[in-house]
Design a protein around this ligand. Structure first.
Ligand SMILES: [Zn+2]
Length: 183
């Protein structure tokens, strides 16, 4: 059985009466109503899975008719099928689970489907933050998805990777080595 750490208590998800801490999370919108249904199903499924290990539920969002879920941990074979069989969310016809290793760059790489050249966080006076994500190719769909999943504003900037620089540097080192060998 896999352990999936969820934002609401297991005991609260199993009963109809939630504790004050879980109730507050729902009231404040940190956990949405449809998300509660998803968490209940995830808890149920985690007991049926024959994989070992610990997972952390990070976030989820519905875009169009697709439900996206972020899990920290290794890929679980068949989880999407189990979710489809057990979860009945209005308007959702596709489910995609994105796995990542706990690092923000890795998560963004999974969302954008391309190499992340840089990430920086900008703090604004009103207390909100904006993530600046640098990639090679612009992708408005990925930006929208990342923004919804990370619950933050995101600006995507494109730039050329520093590939040429690294090859040049390597070659220079090689020449130096050769010179050392000759002299
Ligand atoms: Zn609780």
């Amino acid at each position: 059985m896999a352990i999936i750490r969820l934002p609401l208590h297991d005991a609260c998800l199993q009963t109809e009466r939630m504790c004050s801490s879980c109730t507050m999370k729902i009231k404040e919108g940190r956990v949405l109503d449809w998300e509660v249904e998803l968490l209940k199903v995830l808890l149920k499924i985690s007991k049926m899975l024959r994989v070992e290990g610990e997972y952390v539920y990070k976030s989820s969002t519905i875009i169009g008719s697709t439900l996206y879920i972020i899990l920290e941990g290794n890929r679980i074979e068949g989880l999407e099928d189990l979710l489809r069989e057990n979860l009945n969310l209005r308007g959702v016809s596709r489910i995609r689970v994105l796995y990542y290793n706990g690092r923000l760059e890795d998560l963004l790489e999974k969302i954008y489907g391309q190499r992340i050249l840089g990430v920086s966080r900008v703090y604004t006076a009103d207390g909100t933050t904006t993530l600046i994500v640098k990639v090679e190719k612009e992708d408005i769909g990925a930006e929208k998805l990342a923004s919804a999943l990370l619950k933050t504003r995101i600006i995507t900037q494109t730039e050329k990777p520093l590939k040429q620089y690294t090859t040049k540097k390597k070659r220079q080192l090689d020449i130096k080595k050769i010179l050392e060998e000759i002299t």
